[in-house]
Design a protein around this ligand. Structure first.
Ligand code: LLP
Length: 422
């Protein structure tokens, strides 16, 4: 049963009425269900329990410390893309040996910090990065564990902004050049090559592109192993999509079964399988609650103007993403079509168009499936403090991030008056 369900026309998050949370913390606010997160993690972990594997949650989807700590306690690993994400994982009690570090632009400082704490693996995306990592590791007197991120040139059939596995994308080393990189392993005395990884895109709703990528990457892994490289892990990235609207994404079980079957058919049962799911772990665990401030009727449209904006949740504005908008309390009143819009001064500040709702000013709405790429992509645009985050656990809830204050908005800024310039 979903953790987000109606009881007597009231929307509940686990065993707490959404309205009760909003009364306590104000609007807008992000609300997460711990149970949904735990169940999503188990869907991956249980399907892999009988083989060497590591589920590395992609922190970029939602970096809240309470969620990271929940996952760390379950034994999850983490996929990070910056030192900021590394510090978050460490602060949440994550095990460095379960961290993989992705991203095309790792700085020397980031590499140094990751080597000092002893992460599991660097997912390296270019020959220049190999050279830099080797140098940084040499200066520290350590060896850096490396997996090459290869670009298999497959079409993930997703939004172009979040497709990463085509050769025109900036990501990864062309598959055909990987062997040459590994062949030069001797030139990098401070690197240990332990694996291969790929990530072809996000919100994939079909298994086909995953299968195509594996069918390109795994034979290369086999060839490299035959050539004598001791590659012990294969990282298949993230990307599994979820249902926002009418998509029919594969289940976690079907996805994991496909990966396992492909590994087995290439004789790679012994390699450790690393996965980097982000959205599939947290999207459905969260919603953004927002209050209807005004209802505005014009000749052509009926608008519900809410107190959350594109600065709080940018996915609809940035990708044209569809996310469900549902009321915290179902009213008997007439259902009408609304464009649900925020207060930000941009016409892209729209959460949904033509949404059938029975609402009045003051009502609370929930924007569903907002647990992934919601808060993490938020900003203070229009000088709007970011909303708080709340974690629900059964009948209790905890504020796991305070609402920003107006002081927070101005933190670190200085006024420099002309008279002070000399
Ligand atoms: N691994 C790597 C190397 C990635 O680049 C990503 C996501 C993931 C794992 C996790 O992918 P997931 O399982 O969440 O699909 N902001 C966009 C999504 C951007 C994804 C970027 N990379 C959105 O809101 O749809």
């Amino acid at each position: 049963m979903s953790a987000f369900d109606y009881r007597d026309d009231q929307l509940f998050v686990e065993d707490v009425a959404l309205a009760e949370i909003v009364d306590a913390v104000g609007s807008p606010c992000y609300i997460y269900s711990r149970r949904t997160l735990v169940d999503a993690y188990h869907a991956f972990a249980d399907a892999l329990a009988d083989r060497p594997s590591l589920v590395c949650y992609a922190v970029k989807a939602n970096g809240n410390l309470a969620l990271l700590a929940t996952l760390a306690d379950l034994g999850a690993g983490f996929d990070i893309v910056s030192q900021g994400e590394l510090e978050r994982v460490l602060a949440a009690g994550g095990d460095p040996m379960r961290i993989v570090f992705s991203g095309v632009g790792k700085t020397e400082t980031e590499m140094r910090r990751a080597l000092e704490v002893g992460i599991r693996c660097f997912n390296v995306e270019s020959a220049a990065e190999l050279t830099r990592l080797d140098r940084v590791a040499a200066a520290l007197g350590v060896r850096a564990p490396v997996s090459l991120r290869v670009n298999p040139d497959v079409d993930a059939k997703t939004h172009p902004y979040i497709a990463t596995g085509l050769k025109e994308n900036k990501f990864g080393i062309p598959l055909g050049e990987a062997a040459a990189c590994y062949a030069r392993a001797r030139e990098y005395p401070h690197l240990t090559f332990i694996g291969v990884d790929c990530h072809i895109g996000s919100q994939l709703t079909d298994l086909r592109p995953f299968a195509d990528a594996l069918d390109r990457v795994l034979p290369e892994v086999v060839r490299l192993r035959r050539a004598g490289l001791a590659l012990t892990h294969v990282d298949v990235g993230g990307g599994l999509g979820i249902r926002y609207h009418d998509e029919r994404p594969p289940t976690v079980a079907a996805y994991v079964a496909l990966v396992r079957e492909r590994l087995a058919s290439h004789g790679l049962e012994d390699v450790e399988l690393v996965l980097e799911p982000g959205r599939a772990l947290v999207a459905a665990a969260g919603l953004l609650a927002t209050r209807v401030e005004y209802i505005k009727d014009t000749d052509s449209k009926r608008f519900a103007i809410v107190d959350a904006g594109m600065n709080d949740l940018i996915r609809p504005a940035l990708y044209g993403a569809w996310q469900n908008v549902i009321p915290a309390r179902r009213r008997p009143g007439p259902i009408q079509e609304y464009d649900v819009v925020g207060p930000v001064c941009e016409s892209a500040d729209v959460f949904g168009r033509g949404r059938p709702l029975a609402i009045e000013p003051g009502d609370i709405l929930a924007i569903a499936e907002a647990g992934a790429y919601g808060f993490t992509m938020s900003s203070q645009y229009n000088a709007r403090p970011r909303p708080p985050e709340v974690l629900v656990d059964g009948a209790r809830f905890h504020i796991v991030r305070e609402r920003e204050t107006y002081e927070d908005l101005m933190r670190g800024e200085r006024i420099v008056r002309k008279a002070q310039w000399s």
